[in-house]
Every structure is written in C-alpha cells, then in structure tokens.
Ligand binder design. Sequence first.
Ligand code: AMP
Ligand code: TRP
Length: 337
Amino acid sequence: MKTRVFSGIRPSGKLHLGNYLGAIKNWIELQNSAHQSIFAVVDYHGITTPYDPKTFQQQIMDVVLDYLAAGIDPDKALLIRQSKVPQHTELAWLFNTITPVSWLDRLPTYKEQLEKSPKYNHMGLLDYPVLMAADILAEKSNLVPVGEDQMPHIDLANEIAKKFNSMFGQTFEPVKAKLTEGARIMSLQDASKKMSKTPQSGKVAAGQAGDESCIFLVDTPDTIRAKIKRAVTDSGKEIYYNDEEKPAISNLITIFHLLSGKEIKNIEAEYEGKSYVDFKNDLAEVVVEFLKPFQTKRKEFEDNPKMVLEILEKSEEEARELASKTLKEVKEKMGLL
Ligand code: AMP
Ligand code: TRP
C-alpha cells in the first residue's frame, strides 16, 4: 500500500527543540520514502485557543519558515496553510453530522484545554479533533506522524472513517499514527513538564525573552548558552542517564545525544567525574552548532518572501485538487450531489 503522510502543527509561536526532535525530524525522514507527504500549519486549529489576531499571520509565517529551514523539501512534500484548503473544513462539517458529541467531550485533550482556559469553552474546541480527522481523511492520508498526546485524535479519525464507511459505503482506509520514539523533550526549568510553547511560570509569556524553559530554533548562541546554564539539574553530582532518579540531567543527555549523534553510554563515559558546568558548557556548544545551518537557511527564506509564498501557493493548489476529489466522492455518497 502506498504511504501518504499528513501532519500539522498549530501556529502558536516559534518552534522549539521539542517540536523539532519530537515531530519535524521524523517528517523529514518520511518525506523521502513516502508516496505523498503533506505538512500543514493548522491555522484553523490555532484559533481554538486564545490568540492575538494582530500577530497571527506572523506566527503562521514563522512556522512555515521553521518548516522550510528544518528541511521540509517542497519538491518532495506539500507545505500548506490549513485555511487555504477549505475542503478540509467542509469535510469536517460533513463529519460533524455523523460524530456523536460523546466521542468528543470525553477526550483528555479537550478537558485539559478547558482547564487551561475555562472561558474558551466553545464548539470549535470541542470540534477540534473532527477537523483534524478531516485534515487527514480529505487528503486520503494513511500515516500520521504525531506525539503520543495525539493518539486519541488518531483513534477518533479511525472511528469517524469506520462510521462513514458503514453508513455510506467503503470510502476511507484506516489511518496509522507514527509515534516518535523516545523523543519527549522536557522543560529546562521543570523536568516533569514537556518543553512547551505555553508559559510555565505564569510570569513570562510563551516565546518571550525570559521564557527559559524552552530552546527555540531561532535562539541566538548567547541565549542558548544562558538558558542551558540556568537549566535545572538534579541532586548529586554524577552525570548519567536515569529518567526517574535524574530527570533533569537525563533530559539534557537526551538533547546532547539526539543533536550530536553520540551514544548515551559514550556521553556518560565522557563526563564521568566531570561537573555539571563542564557538561552544560559542552551541551550549549552542541546545540549552537546544530542550529547554525538551520538558522542560516531560515534567514535565506526569510529574505525571500516571494519564493516562500510561491511554495505555499503551489502546494495549496495541489492539496485543494486532492481534497476536492475526496469531497466529491463523499458528497455523492451522502446524497449532496
Ligand atoms: P505543539 O507545539 O504542542 O503544537 O506540538 C507540535 C508537535 O510537536 C506535536 O507533534 C508534538 O507532539 C510535538 N512536541 C511538542 N512539544 C514536544 C516536546 N517537548 N517533546 C517532543 N515532542 C514535542
Ligand atoms: N492536533 C495536532 C497537534 O496539536 C495538530 C494537527 C491538526 C494535526 N491537524 C492534524 C496533526 C492532522 C496531524 C494530522 O499537534
């Protein structure tokens, strides 16, 4: 069976190391082997949680630039803004008519989001996973690289597909998630929380100077050095990997390992008897060096907005064509054509 990949990220700020190691790195590998790959900036999902309309376009373009600089190749993959392919939202409406509310209001992602922003209890938030199912199924994608937190949404997409098939005839194939293995990057300030674009201290807004929990892909070398220097460590002086005993150091070792390609046991051997300070200094340089080519490439795209727009428009045109075919089939089966 041909592999058709789809994934998306909400434009809720510049991407960080967690996004790269947990998501995009995986995508870059997949685009080389898949029959078709589509990567989206899911702007319609982005407006289901608090956001600022004034900076939203910039946030969308920041993610596009991050994608391109990280290695999403427009010759191999389609790079789209979700709202420019309205067939996805149209399919979401059709799916709404067959999706029981009880499949949605029990989802952990919905409950968590409500806890975070109780005033944002609206239909869009509840319906978020239906739009995600439509993103995937409109393009007839069958492999979805995502983090573990998204598993309930993939299950739901399959439930919707199955229900559609049983009501209107075989239309959608099963969708599989591709989980990134072992790449859950934790906050530099609290190793029990995921590195995240949302603020953790309550004092500083996410993505703003002073948010020290997160290394953004665009952080300058000095910012990276400062953040790593101030990253929390565990009690005891030894540097070794143990998630439970030493969550903070283990997180830093994971970052070292993934960015340098060095095996964890070799890193442990190299820093045996050395201090946290030595280790952190070297880690900072590993991160700085790793991000250098990314940042150079990002700058090139940033200086050439016309080319970036052309890439987007060409991809969106193709995605619209693909999704229109699905929509036609769905509407025929539902008695709408
Ligand atoms: P988000 O930033 O929450 O919109 O997530 C976008 C993508 O990055 C999803 O596939 C997440 O699973 C992944 N991701 C976000 N934060 C992390 C993290 N700290 N470690 C690993 N993957 C992450
Ligand atoms: N819900 C996903 C997240 O928060 C983003 C997303 C929207 C997505 N549509 C998608 C991911 C389709 C994969 C496929 O990470």
